[in-house]
Design a protein around this ligand. Structure first.
Ligand SMILES: Nc1ncnc2c1ncn2[C@@H]1O[C@H](COP(=O)(O)OP(=O)(O)O)[C@@H](O)[C@H]1O
Ligand SMILES: [Mg+2]
Length: 272
């Protein structure tokens, strides 16, 4: 059974604004899924439905065999699905990094000794161990967001949902967060659902889901998605230049792979 199954889910705000329309998707254990779409396409609504912050009007969401619709399941579901939001400043609650990371497990009633172990694990996983005793206020945006991720990791979730968690960061901060998330997926087996509106960020995903107007417009590998440049443009998403150039070269009979990054394109051209 898939770790998460979303079946024909619809959701409206105030019974008027249809934010999601019959969305279906499944997430397997260990997968790295990217969800992309421009503003208002329904991405955050999906994130909030996945851990029961809101409940769908229609359809079913099953997490690890548990229906999100059942109130009695919500506690277990929220332990399994950790959500990191866009603004790190809204997610940090304590004035010392380790207290911030401990906040979630303390609320779950985890014993003191185990909380210590979880803080060690979570800070190490995001590469922030040396900042354990620091004030989050003094950290960069990327470092703060890594602390927010550590706070969620301390709950030992099976799924990490990142709702545009890189959107407020500078390029360095974005890179830091992306590489931490990739590592958690590859080395610790954390299932990732990365929501973004940056096309470059879907490159490493196993599967990409494109949302537009509350509907799934496309689903496939990054290569398959990037190949549909015209349709993407119609819904306000620009394919990275490297991928566009590679596709043009392939059309002209130049045998490069459909590379997705600038470095990849240079490498492919050098091999010719
Ligand atoms: N709290 C809310 N109340 C009313 N409408 C909302 C609310 N949140 C989002 N919406 C609307 O729902 C739609 C989807 O929004 P959202 O899921 O936030 O999209 P995204 O995260 O892709 O920008 C948009 O039309 C948005 O205006
Ligand atoms: Mg959003």
């Amino acid at each position: 059974m898939a770790l998460i199954n979303v079946e024909n889910v619809s959701f409206s705000y105030d019974k008027k604004i249809k934010a999601l329309k019959s969305v279906s998707l499944s997430v397997e254990r260990g997968e790295y899924i990217a969800v992309i779409g421009h503003n208002g396409s329904g991405k955050s609504t999906l994130a909030k439905l996945l851990n029961g912050l809101m409940i769908a009007d229609d359809g079913e969401i099953i997490v690890d065999g548990l229906s999100v619709r059942e109130k009695k399941n919500l506690f277990e579901i929220r332990k399994r699905v950790g959500v990191v939001f866009q603004n790190p400043d809204n997610q940090i609650v304590a004035s010392i990094v380790e207290d911030d990371v401990a906040f979630g497990p303390e609320n779950l009633g985890i014993p003191r000794k185990e909380i210590g172990e979880r803080i060690d694990f979570a800070l190490n996983a995001v590469g922030m161990t040396e900042f354990r005793k620091s004030s989050p206020m003094r950290l960069s945006g990327g470092q703060k967001q890594r602390i927010a991720i550590a706070g969620v990791l301390a709950l030992m979730p099976k799924v990490l949902v990142l709702d545009e968690s890189t959107a407020m960061l500078d390029p360095k901060g974005r890179q830091e967060v992306l590489s931490v998330v990739k590592k958690l997926n590859k080395e610790k087996g954390v299932t990732v659902i990365a929501i973004t509106h940056y096309m470059e960020e879907i490159v490493d995903a196993d599967k990409v889901i494109v949302l537009d107007g509350g509907e799934i417009k496309m689903a496939g590998t990054p290569e398959e998605i990037f190949a549909r440049r015209k349709e993407l443009k119609d819904i306000g998403l620009e394919v990275p230049l490297s991928s566009f150039i590679a596709q043009k070269l392939i059309d002209l009979g130049v045998p490069v792979e459909n590379v997705l990054t600038e470095d990849g394109l240079v490498e492919a051209l050098c091999k010719l």
